[in-house]
Write a protein that binds this ligand. Structure first.
Ligand SMILES: Cc1cc2nc3c(=O)[nH]c(=O)nc-3n(C[C@H](O)[C@H](O)[C@H](O)COP(=O)(O)OP(=O)(O)OC[C@H]3O[C@@H](n4cnc5c(N)ncnc54)[C@H](O)[C@@H]3O)c2cc1C
Length: 580
């Protein structure tokens, strides 16, 4: 006699199957990546039937929710212009006054003496960016999904994802209110953040060389960095705008501390450190973090201490950077946001990568739902995202020791921001990441740019190793250098395809000129002003490096027709004092 009894697992599958629901796309995780992807997909492909499953119950708390509060131009453009969230951003969040940096002096007791890099006037509105209260944003996005009649299940956990590429649908087992049920979906997107459900399941995790830690907390009082001194000259540096609305970075060797204001009235404070230079155990509890601040950033410590009874949370994250072997597959699954990769928060690129990734995911899903074979396109998008992530990591990897060096870091930050506006910024604002595979010129220029970028990050490390002079009393403004405003505005200028190709090639050539100027200026200055043997032997090595020789020649050539003021490399036109 044949057994009629199903195994317990088969029985469970059958019960679940009876109540299963079917979607075109199931998104696991309703954080910023998952919620924005759902909105974008609905815009690209209105007929699609989308589900977002989020573990946490909505509304989530304001202020003390998640990090990812500071945005830069790509993410701001994504949220404001591509997703149409302008009203929310302008009414419910704060406008950001750019990235601002204060470099260490001997004791960091007086903010006015620290070299400051930032804006003195507001950036043009077309490049406005925002400080995000993440809880407030996620609540608004959740409501918007429901308003647009998408399925948003909050307080509901995805227990398991079973991929079935050979059939029409994948299966997700979800748990809500103690009951389990099965969802079927043609596409599964893992946006579960660090839970990384699919990445773990498929064994795609990839370690990186960048080892850094972070701790952070929110305080229910808007600490204002501008109140740390009443010095009228220091106050008068800012002509239009508020220092407190910047993402303020307090910089020192191997670390930076962030101060980010939130629209709900709180302030977010974070300490980010190179794991090799600042042991995690010195800051992994609130009282230890406060002691660490007293040692390295006493003015910040005092401001925090005055509001200790208003501390809203305290979180830690050890060794936060990682990569991934694969993020998109033609077998109808994708990873986006932190479920895939994470770099470093220094220039707030987290939501930029989400914006770029969501665009690529949207493109794959829309085409596949329309019946297109996406195998080749999925491979190209996958390669692009991973190359972008891996080459961007060079900006941070091994660069934390430089953070105490005002002159090298000012040059590095201006270089990093200029190339961000010139290359990924221009590509993103013109929707060119999507056509990467169709344009050999873009691919070639991107490759050239990526090689250049690696060389310059190494050059900056080598410069730091031999030149660590102290600097004080200087304010460097981004717009002291004509090319900065030109590149920033240039991102947003609408260009035809042909104009874009020309502009992109011009920008790549321009960043090569900047790179050549950096190398040439540093060599010139050290060759003439230092007798030190180590310095002179490093200068000789640079002078015989074929790549650098070519860059200097290019700079000398271009500078005849397009001269650039070199003071971005030497602490700006207002440099007051640099002591060896
Ligand atoms: C220290 C630090 C500072 C940062 N600062 C910035 C910054 O200033 N600017 C910036 O742009 N980026 C910043 N980032 C990066 C930013 O935090 C991330 O890019 C962003 O939060 C990732 O969003 P996400 O939606 O991928 O993940 P999350 O926001 O973590 O969302 C994932 C969601 O999935 C849900 N989930 C998990 N498992 C399940 C499950 N099984 N079922 C259902 N739901 C599930 C979770 O509840 C969560 O809501 C920072 C990162 C770090 C580490």
């Amino acid at each position: 006699m044949r057994s009629t009894g199903d195994s317990p697992f088969q029985k469970r599958e059958k019960t679940i199957e009876a109540s299963s629901e079917r979607y075109d796309v199931a998104i696991v995780g309703g954080g910023i990546a998952g919620l924005t992807l759902a909105l974008q997909l609905k815009k690209c492909h209105p007929a699609s039937n989308i589900l977002v499953v989020e573990k946490q119950q909505h509304p989530v708390p304001e202020a003390a929710h998640k990090v990812g509060e500071s945005t830069v131009e790509i993410a701001a453009h994504y949220l404001r212009d591509i997703l149409g969230l302008q009203e929310h951003l302008q009414k419910q969040q704060l406008p950001k006054f750019g990235l601002r940096f204060f470099f260490s002096t001997a004791d960091n007791q007086d903010i006015t003496r620290r070299v400051e890099l930032g804006h003195a006037t507001l950036p043009p509105q077309s490049v406005e960016s925002y400080q995000l209260d993440r809880g407030r944003l996620e609540n608004a996005l959740g409501r918007e999904l429901l308003r647009q009649k998408m399925s948003f299940l909050d307080g509901c956990k995805v227990q398991q994802i079973s991929l079935h590429p050979e059939s029409d649908v994948h299966r997700l087992h979800i748990q809500q209110d103690g009951c389990e049920r099965e969802i079927q979906a043609r596409w599964v997107v893992d946006a579960s953040g660090r839970s990384s459900l699919l990445k773990r399941q498929l064994g795609l995790a990839k370690k990186v060389e960048h080892h850094a830690n972070a701790v952070w907390f929110r305080i229910g009082f808007p600490i204002d960095i501008n109140a740390w001194s009443t010095d009228p000259t220091w106050q008068a540096r800012i002509r239009d705008g508020k220092r407190s609305l910047s993402t303020n970075h307090l910089m020192g060797p191997g670390y930076w501390v962030w101060l980010i204001p939130l629209a709900s009235g709180s302030i977010s404070v974070g300490i980010v450190t190179d794991a090799r230079m600042h042991p995690f155990e010195q800051m992994n509890r609130f009282e230890r973090a406060l002691a660490w601040l007293h040692e390295h950033e006493p003015q910040c410590a005092e401001a925090v201490e005055q509001h200790c009874n208003e501390v809203q949370d305290f979180r830690v994250m050890k060794d936060y950077a990682y990569s991934c072997e694969q993020v998109y597959s033609h077998e109808r699954w994708c990873l986006t946001g932190e479920a895939g990769v994470f770099l470093d928060p220094f220039y707030s690129p987290g939501s930029d990568l989400i914006a770029i990734s969501n665009g690529l995911v949207c493109d794959l899903i829309s085409r596949e739902l329309d019946g297109e074979d996406i195998e080749e396109r999925a491979a190209i998008h996958n390669r692009l995202l991973l190359i972008l992530n891996d080459s961007w990591r060079g900006t941070y990897e091994y660069q934390y020791p430089l953070m105490g060096n005002a002159q090298v870091m000012v040059a590095k930050i201006i270089w990093d921001i200029a190339i961000y506006w010139a290359v990924p910024g221009l590509l993103y604002f013109h929707d060119k990441f999507l056509s990467f595979g169709d344009s050999p010129a873009i691919a070639m220029n991107l490759l050239r740019f990526s090689i250049l970028s690696d060389h310059i990050q190494r050059f900056l490390r080598e410069w730091h190793a031999i030149d660590q002079r102290a600097a004080y009393d200087t304010f460097v403004r981004y717009y002291d250098f004509d090319f900065m405003l030109k590149l920033q505005i240039g991102m947003t200028t609408r260009l035809s395809d042909a104009e874009f190709d020309t502009q992109f090639a011009i920008n790549v050539r321009f960043v090569e000129q900047l790179a050549g100027q950096l190398v040439s200026t540093v060599i010139e200055e050290l060759a003439h002003h230092s007798q030190d043997e180590t310095v002179q032997s490093r200068v000789q090595l640079w002078k015989s490096d074929a790549f650098l020789i070519e860059l200097i020649a290019l700079y000398q050539q271009e500078n005849k027709t397009n001269p650039i003021n070199a003071s971005w490399i030497t602490l700006g036109p207002q440099r007051q004092e640099v002591a060896r």
